[in-house]
Write a protein of this length. Structure first.
Length: 335
């Protein structure tokens, strides 16, 4: 972008700045309450007018990202259906945390209720964020990457059941053991959203890494990143609920401890790398930025190509009161 690059600071220069700090004018419509909240106020050349011109919605890219997330979720179920046939019939692997904690079979159900609540809170936050289309696009992009990576890891390595008391659906045998039947079984599980609370048939073997942890940790990350900076209680509560959910997940033997650890590392590293690149546009073009070698870099450039500054923590109703009143007046006029 010409706003951040000139002859002195080219992509080949060691002095390539992280962000242009030459203009310090403030957005005239930034309310005092948000300014007191300590949110970032980034320099811009012209901050008057429609704020969405500075933070383009790009709804089309958001729809693509959501479609990717749906595809990744369905792919996980299909791969899980394939892996279900390969689960070793052996005792659980040794696990240090298992040896220290009692077996609590209801922990998985509680974890899934916590997970659903955390996801609902994150969805509500995104709905009322002023730049909801950008936040939703980032959530869907990061989530799809995490679940596509998970498709690979659960397929390449199968481990015995962590809970020997867990009742898995019967495996296919003989003439029924066809790929078509495996595929149809996976698609039938989609209606239950892969959750124990869905009451559907249970597929087993998708351990490394934990999908429950993806939802819990990603929800906490987005709530902390995009909620008001002074909502310390909400930030701590979201992480506390995530930790409780992860602890109960291990106690229920729903996952091995290593599944949870790997999932936490994957979620946090991808979230922090993605947002570092999104918030520092000058860093994207630097030859010193080794994240440009990431397998997902081209996808990132497509999704964030026009996002050239950090998103402010600002909020508003997704529904236009003026448009609603106009609609009511039009209906009354037609009557």
């Amino acid at each position: 972008s010409g706003d951040y690059v000139n002859e002195e600071y080219s992509s080949d220069s060691d002095k390539s700045p992280l962000i242009d700090a030459g203009n310090t004018s403030l957005d005239d419509d930034l309310d005092e309450e948000m300014a007191r909240d300590g949110d970032e106020i980034m320099p811009e050349k012209d901050l008057r007018g429609d704020p969405h011109q500075k933070y383009p919605k790009e709804r089309g890219k958001t729809f693509i990202a959501v479609a990717m997330l749906i595809c990744a979720g369905v792919s996980n179920v299909i791969v899980q259906s394939v892996v279900h046939e390969k689960v070793p019939d052996q005792p659980p692997l040794p696990d240090f945390i298992f040896s220290l904690t009692p077996y609590f079979p209801y922990g998985l159900t509680i974890t899934e209720y916590i997970m659903n609540s955390s996801f609902a809170a994150m969805a509500l936050l995104i709905l009322f964020h002023r730049h909801r289309w950008i936040v939703l696009r980032r959530l869907a992009t990061i989530g799809s990457l995490l679940y596509f990576f998970r498709c690979v890891t659960i397929y390449v390595t199968q481990v015995p059941l962590a809970d020997p008391n867990w009742k898995c659906s019967p495996k296919l045998h003989g003439e029924n053991a066809t790929f078509a039947n495996v595929l149809l079984r996976g698609l039938s599980v989609v209606t239950g959203l892969e959750l124990n609370t869905g009451g559907k048939q249970t597929l087993c073997g998708d351990y490394i890494y934990s999908g429950h942890t993806i939802v819990l940790v990603t929800s906490a990350l987005f709530i902390s990143q995009y909620s008001p900076r002074r909502w310390y209680f909400i930030h701590y509560l979201s992480w506390l609920m995530a930790l409780i959910g992860l602890f109960l997940l291990i106690m229920s033997r729903g996952h091995y401890t290593i599944d949870v650890i790997i999932s936490y590392v994957m979620c946090t590293r991808l979230f922090y790398m993605y947002h570092t690149m999104a918030d520092m546009p000058g860093l994207r073009i630097s030859h010193l930025n080794h994240h440009r070698k990431e397998i997902w870099w081209k996808l990132f450039e497509f999704m964030e190509g026009r996002s050239l500054r950090p998103l402010p923590r600002r909020y508003g109703s997704p529904f236009s009161l003026r448009a609603f009143i106009a609609l009511l007046r039009r209906k009354s006029y037609l009557q």
